[in-house]
Design a binder for this molecule. Structure first.
Ligand SMILES: *[C@@H]1O[C@H](CO)[C@@H](O)[C@H](O)[C@H]1NC(C)=O
Ligand SMILES: *[C@@H]1O[C@H](CO)[C@@H](O)[C@H](O)[C@H]1NC(C)=O
Ligand SMILES: *[C@@H]1O[C@H](CO)[C@@H](O)[C@H](O)[C@H]1NC(C)=O
Ligand SMILES: *[C@@H]1O[C@H](CO)[C@@H](O)[C@H](O)[C@H]1NC(C)=O
Ligand SMILES: *[C@@H]1O[C@H](CO)[C@@H](O)[C@H](O)[C@H]1NC(C)=O
Ligand SMILES: *[C@@H]1O[C@H](CO)[C@@H](O)[C@H](O)[C@H]1NC(C)=O
Ligand SMILES: *[C@@H]1O[C@H](CO)[C@@H](O)[C@H](O)[C@H]1NC(C)=O
Ligand SMILES: *[C@@H]1O[C@H](CO)[C@@H](O)[C@H](O)[C@H]1NC(C)=O
Ligand SMILES: *[C@@H]1O[C@H](CO)[C@@H](O)[C@H](O)[C@H]1NC(C)=O
Ligand SMILES: *[C@@H]1O[C@H](CO)[C@@H](O)[C@H](O)[C@H]1NC(C)=O
Length: 480
């Protein structure tokens, strides 16, 4: 049953969105790009076709999954203005929770012991409002739409019979309809690994051969709990047996009508580790701009001929840090703004996390301040506007038609550059009166820097978990 939401949602979705248009034939200086600042208010109607769930297919031994913004299929009418403003608040929560968890791991303290301080998630994934991209997967004989998250490991879906489920589009996964489903028992080694991955110490009562219970809590009060099960996982006609996932019996939160989450983290419980004999432990994505309704793609498998990259793929080594083994950490060696190299002593030292669920890139305060000073030097002459949540470098561009924005380039070990797409440099939530530099400072010099999804858009980002490297190439995202 390929389900067409048009039949389920007898109404049109309307979108209002605002964005920058790259000036056609506009002059392009070496280190700056010209933009037309245009405030467009559009009403998108999807017509009789409505919202079609993301598709998938197999090609050359890899799987290509279409990725959509989950707002695209939301039951609610989306107010993009509100969504973008709220997004920053949730992004701040996500990053705070992540930093707490990282601090706990690095210092070797049990995160549960610090839970009075702030709500600490037992697993990453943290804040769901910031996780935008959905794909459809098969579990047994049922299709499920899930949010992808490189910041968490366990894949889970809502499961019947539900003690408490939030409302989702399409039927809830029903294990009793599947002959290939088995629940995992407490004495299995997988159940014992669960504790390591999620920090969950209460999976099993001692010597009780009962089902292996899991709990994942997110910083915003959302959670899922249930039991671990194994099932055939399938995409585009390829099936992987004995896939371990969470069968969620008690779920609450802002999951936006999807069935659950697909964990693409680095631990051995994540989807990419579990399928490594089939897909080689490699996946990649191209994140589209969420407000344009474009589809991106998630490719599972190491098949670079499927990409539409515009520049060659360049790979940088992941930094190995046993304390942060669930995360993808890179070695940031420099940043250029408009071709000018920022000077900072932190380059090459520690690392920077790359995450699909954090929106805005976070840098250590000293580095952020140096970058901001250079940006202000080059992007001068515009009236300053008030800060917007975590974004403190804002301008009032009302009445200005065209601006020239300094380019932004991040450098990594092995001479790899991430040239941030022009749509990833400025953030414009409501109109031209408050347009902000889309980067933010961490609160502490020792916190972990993060490359957020806003700066990853229109790039092919390849996660080679097996050879511990990450590749970047420019790509205009579309379902390929
Ligand atoms: C699941 O999706 C696939 C691919 O779109 C489709 O061929 C299949 O019929 C669907 N199965 C169910 C049970 O909906
Ligand atoms: C974490 O908590 C568990 C169970 O409460 C305990 O056995 C373990 O020693 C603690 N680890 C650290 C590093 O405190
Ligand atoms: C699953 O089983 C229930 C009853 O056990 C049935 O009502 C339902 O239609 C089944 N769903 C599917 C997708 O087969
Ligand atoms: C776990 O317990 C079940 C039921 O007691 C038993 O059948 C199974 O062999 C045990 N598995 C392991 C790995 O000990
Ligand atoms: C697992 O969860 C179920 C349902 O909440 C509960 O009945 C069972 O006792 C739990 N098992 C363990 C070992 O905690
Ligand atoms: C797949 O991942 C598992 C768990 O991380 C690991 O033990 C195994 O060696 C990997 N296999 C391959 C072929 O990479
Ligand atoms: C998964 O990782 C844990 C912790 O690193 C390890 O103890 C366990 O053996 C691993 N499991 C597999 C199947 O590789
Ligand atoms: C994936 O492909 C790239 C480029 O073709 C290659 O360098 C890399 O070794 C491959 N990775 C794996 C795990 O096979
Ligand atoms: C990061 O890369 C630089 C330049 O290649 C190297 O000197 C440094 O040792 C690397 N740092 C880490 C933590 O790997
Ligand atoms: C932005 O600039 C315009 C034109 O100069 C002015 O009318 C408006 O009040 C300013 N808006 C804010 C929020 O400062």
């Amino acid at each position: 049953m390929a389900f067409n939401i048009a039949t389920m949602l007898p109404f049109f979705l309307s979108f209002v969105f605002l964005y920058f248009i790259i000036a056609n034939g506009g002059c392009e200086l070496e280190q700056k790009k010209m933009f037309k600042v245009q405030m467009l208010q559009r009403n998108h109607q999807f017509g009789s076709k409505g919202c079609i769930l993301p598709e998938s297919r197999k090609e050359k031994g890899a799987i290509v999954l279409e990725m959509k913004d989950r707002g695209y299929c939301s039951e609610r009418k989306i107010n993009w203005n509100r969504k973008l403003q709220k997004q920053l608040i949730f992004d701040d929560l996500r990053v705070r929770s992540m930093q707490n968890r990282i601090r706990a791991k690095v210092s070797g303290h049990n995160s549960s012991e610090q839970s009075s301080e702030i709500q600490i998630p037992l697993a990453s994934g943290i804040n769901l409002e910031t996780l935008n991209y959905i794909v459809t997967i098969g579990l047994g004989n049922q299709n499920m739409t899930v949010i992808i998250d490189t910041g968490s490991d366990l894949t889970w879906v809502q499961c019947d019979p539900c003690m408490s489920c939030y409302s989702q589009q399409g039927p809830v996964f029903n294990p009793s309809n599947s002959s290939s489903y088995n629940s995992l028992l407490c004495n299995s080694s997988t159940c014992q690994n669960l504790q390591f991955t999620t920090g969950n110490t209460e999976a099993c009562e001692s010597n009780n051969p009962s089902s292996c219970n899991y709990t994942v809590s997110y910083g915003d009060g959302s959670f899922t709990d249930g039991e671990l099960g194994v099932e055939h996982l399938s995409f585009g006609g390829i099936s992987v047996s004995n896939f371990v996932f969470g069968c969620g019996r008690n779920n609450k939160g802002l999951f936006g009508g999807v069935s659950g989450i697909m964990g693409l983290g680095r631990s051995n419980l994540s989807m990419i580790s579990q399928t490594n004999t089939t897909f080689g432990g490699v996946f990649s994505y191209c994140l589209p701009t969420t407000d344009s309704g474009a589809s991106g793609s998630l490719v599972i498998g190491n098949e670079s001929s499927l990409f539409k990259n515009l520049t060659p793929i360049a790979y940088t080594s992941m930094v190995s840090n046993p304390q942060l083994s669930n995360f993808y950490v890179l070695n940031l060696t420099g940043i250029d703004v408009g071709g000018v190299a920022i000077q900072d002593t932190s380059f090459g030292n520690g690392g920077i996390l790359i995450d699909s669920g954090t929106v805005i890139t976070r840098l250590a305060p000293s580095l952020y301040n140096a970058l901001k000073a250079e940006f202000l030097k080059q992007f001068s002459g515009y009236p300053i506007a008030p800060a917007l949540s975590i974004l403190d470098t804002c301008f009032n561009l009302t009445g200005i038609e065209e601006v020239s924005i300094p380019t932004l380039s991040m450098h990594f070990e092995n001479n790899v550059d991430l040239n941030v797409d022009a749509v990833g440099i400025l953030y414009m939530p409501k109109d031209g009166s408050q347009v902000c530099l889309a980067l933010a400072s961490l609160s502490d010099e020792n916190d972990m820097a993060i490359i957020g999804n806003y700066q990853q858009r229109n790039q092919r980002v390849i996660y080679d978990a097996k050879q511990s490297k990450i590749g970047f190439a420019r790509e205009d995202c579309s379902f390929i």
